[in-house]
Design a protein around this ligand. Structure first.
Ligand SMILES: Nc1nc2c(ncn2[C@@H]2O[C@H](COP(=O)(O)OP(=O)(O)OP(=O)(O)O)[C@@H](O)[C@H]2O)c(=O)[nH]1
Ligand SMILES: [Mg+2]
Length: 397
C-alpha cells in the first residue's frame, strides 16, 4: 500500500513528505528541487489494542505514544508536474511511472497563490490556485489514456476473436498501474460505449481513462501554505473543487514541530493542535518566535492537518483497517514473545486468509483456521476482518 504525493512544482510536496517521514528529502523555494522520487514511511494513528487486552504492547513494525499506535504506510514524493507533462513538458512524464503502484494520491496545492503554473515564486494571490486542480487530473488521465491506447486495436480484436471479456485482457495489461479487474469492470460500466471493443473511439478510451483514474487513484487535496493564505482563498478553492475533499494544511509547521519534538525541545503528538515546550532553556529567541507563529497556525486551523490528510487518504479514500496478527492467542505475542508486534493495514472486506498471506505466503497457502483473540472464537478463511482485530492463524507445518 502506497500513497503518492503529487502537484505542480514548488507547492510543498517534499515538505509534506518530510513532515510525515523525517527521511531527509530536499526542500527549496524553486521548481524541480525533486527530480528522483523520495520514498519513505509515514505513520497513521490507531487505537493500540494492548490496554483493552490488559497487556503492554511491544511494537516491531510500528510504534506507540501514549495509547496511540502509529501504523506504517509507504509514502512517495515525486517531481512536480506541469501542464502538458504528458507531451514531455517540464520533466516530461517519466516520473509518472513512479506513481504506478500508488493506491491514492495527495494533491498538494499552494492555496496562497504564491507559485505560478510552472512553480516559480510569485507575489501572494497573483496565481489562482483553482486552475491547478483540473490540469493535474488531466495529466493523469492522459497518462492512462496513452497506456490504454497503445496496443488497443490488437487487444480489442483479440477480445472479439477469443470471446474473452475485454475487462480481463485489460486487467492483465494494467496490473502494473495498480489497476485490478474490479476497477476495470466498474470503470467500463460507467462509460457509454459500443458493445464491440473494436468500435470504441478515442473519446471512449479517454472516458475509460477518467473512470479508471477515479477508481484506482482516488485523490484528496492538501490546500498547503494555508498559513500564508487568506480565509477567502481557502474558501474559494474548497467551493471550486466538487469531486475531492479539500483540507487546508501547513506542512512547514508540521515539519518544524516534528523536528523540534525529535530534538527534545518540545513534546508534540502528530495530528494534535498543541505542543508543550519541554526544554525552554535550549530555545533561542528565533525558535521561540517560530513556535509562537506555529501555535497561531494551530489555533487557526485546529492542527497543521498534515496527519488529517494522510489519515483521510488511508481510512476514507482507501477504506483501510488495522489488523494485528499474533502467534500466541493467549499472550498476544509473536514467536519471540513480543506483545502485539505488528500492525497491518488491509482493505476493509479482507478476510483471515488475506491476513495470513500478508504475514507470509506459506501461512496463506497452508491456512487451516484463525482465532479471533478478542472473542476466542475460531474463524474460517473467508471470515471478514474488522478494524482492530487481533488474529492468530493456524496453518499446516
Ligand atoms: N509558508 C509555507 N511555505 C511552505 C509550506 N510548505 C512548503 N513551503 C515552502 O515551499 C517551498 C517549496 O517546498 P518543497 O517542499 O521543496 O516543494 P515541492 O513541491 O516538493 O517542490 P518541487 O520538488 O520543486 O516540485 C519551500 O520554500 C518550502 O519551505 C507551508 O505549509 N507554508
Ligand atoms: Mg520536491
Amino acid at each position: 500500500m502506497e500513497i503518492g504525493i503529487v502537484g505542480k512544482p514548488n507547492v510543498g510536496k517534499s515538505t509534506f513528505f518530510e513532515a510525515c517521514s523525517l527521511s531527509g528529502a530536499e526542500i527549496a523555494n524553486y521548481p524541480f528541487t525533486t527530480i528522483k522520487a523520495n520514498r519513505g514511511m509515514a505513520y497513521l494513528r490507531a487505537a493500540d489494542p494492548g490496554p483493552a487486552l490488559g497487556v503492554t504492547s511491544n511494537p516491531k513494525n510500528s510504534f506507540i505514544r501514549g495509547s496511540t499506535r502509529f501504523v506504517p504506510v509507504e509514502l512517495l514524493d515525486v517531481a512536480g508536474l506541469v501542464p502538458d507533462a504528458h507531451k514531455g513538458k517540464g520533466l516530461g512524464n517519466q516520473f509518472l511511472d513512479d506513481l504506478r503502484q500508488a493506491s491514492a494520491l495527495v494533491h498538494v496545492i499552494d492555496v496562497s497563490g504564491s507559485t505560478d503554473v510552472e512553480g516559480n515564486p510569485v507575489d501572494k494571490g497573483s496565481h489562482d490556485p483553482r486552475s491547478d486542480t483540473a490540469f493535474l487530473v488531466n495529466e493523469v488521465d492522459q497518462w492512462f489514456k496513452g497506456i490504454i491506447s497503445k496496443d488497443w486495436t490488437r487487444l480489442a480484436k483479440s477480445s472479439e476473436s477469443t470471446h474473452m471479456a475485454i475487462d480481463k485482457l485489460l486487467a492483465e495489461k494494467l496490473t502494473g498501474l495498480g489497476i485490478n479487474i474490479h476497477h476495470i469492470t466498474m470503470a467500463i460500466s460507467h462509460i457509454d460505449r459500443p458493445d464491440k471493443p473494436t468500435r470504441w473511439t478515442d473519446e471512449d478510451l479517454f472516458s475509460l481513462s477518467i473512470e479508471l483514474r477515479k477508481a484506482s487513484k482516488p485523490m484528496i487535496i492538501a490546500a498547503n501554505k494555508a498559513d500564508k493564505a487568506d480565509d477567502g482563498q481557502i474558501k474559494d478553492l474548497t467551493a471550486h473543487v466538487k469531486d475531492a475533499h479539500v483540507i487546508p494544511t501547513c506542512s512547514e509547521a508540521e515539519m518544524a514541530l516534528r523536528k523540534a519534538d525529535k530534538a527534545g525541545l518540545i513534546s508534540y503528538m502528530p495530528g494534535e493542535g498543541r505542543f508543550e515546550i519541554t526544554n525552554a532553556s535550549k530555545l533561542n529567541d528565533a525558535q521561540r518566535k517560530a513556535l509562537q507563529r506555529i501555535q497561531d497556525v494551530l489555533d487557526r486551523f485546529g492542527s497543521t492537518n498534515v496527519q488529517k490528510v494522510l489519515e483521510s487518504a488511508a481510512y476514507d479514500l482507501l477504506d483501510l483497517i488495522v489488523v494485528y496478527p499474533v502467534e500466541d492467542e493467549h499472550k498476544f505475542t509473536d514467536k519471540d514473545g513480543r506483545v502485539l508486534p505488528d500492525a497491518h493495514l488491509m482493505k476493509r472486506g479482507s478476510n483471515a486468509r488475506d491476513l495470513a498471506y500478508k504475514v507470509h505466503t506459506d501461512l496463506g497457502t497452508h491456512f487451516i483456521k484463525g482465532i479471533d483473540c478478542r472473542t476466542r472464537r475460531t474463524v474460517g478463511s473467508d471470515h471478514e476482518l474488522k478494524d482492530g482485530d487481533v488474529i492468530k492463524v493456524h496453518a499446516n507445518a
